[in-house]
Design a protein around this ligand. Sequence first.
Ligand code: ADP
Length: 207
Amino acid sequence: MSETPFVVGLTGGIGSGKSAVADLFAARGALMVDTDQIAHQLTAPGGAAMDAIRQAFGNGVVAADGALNRAAMRALAFEDPDARKRLEAILHPMIRAESERLCLAATTSYVMLVVPLLIESGTYRQRVRRLCVVDCPEEVQVARVMQRSGLEERQVRAIMAAQASRAERLAAADDVIDNGGSYEQLAAQVERLHAAYLQLAAKAGAV
Ligand code: ADP
């Protein structure tokens, strides 16, 4: 095995099916490193980002259990756009460092780095050897998110408008998983790609 693990980036718009796809790869033995999950851990009770967040924004954004009070933070960011930037300045380097640490510690054949906003957030593209995009028609995306979250259509569309476009994601992709169909069709595509990633990782390791 190579010194540096073979890292595949996994991304896709909201509701495209990233979690479903990640579960299917994980079931086949790939290690998942999920930046959203890391962000949650950093801001959980006792999380490594909480001291810096308390210092930057005060006790008002910290819940009684020591976790980030997300509603309070959202309200603050709504009033003051700079607050969001300051929060990101605290969290993003920590997320990068922790995801890097987890990728390097991998003992699996390859690692999947799940980054919902990979296209939008610059440097992640350079950190992955290959980019896998989960894709589905926008109408399907809207319907699935509405069903999952209870949000209204215009709210879902506003979130989508703030993300990279479908065309931008597809243009950046090495591999595209079409999740406009059934779970069975999804699993078949993951099966094929898993085999391909095992081969690519083995080749990379043999160099
Ligand atoms: P993401 O992580 O990209 O936001 P999810 O994997 O959570 O997307 O999928 C969004 C929603 O759509 C979830 O409720 C999920 O159960 C559902 N879903 C995902 N893929 C399919 C599919 N092929 N058929 C039906 N429902 C799906």
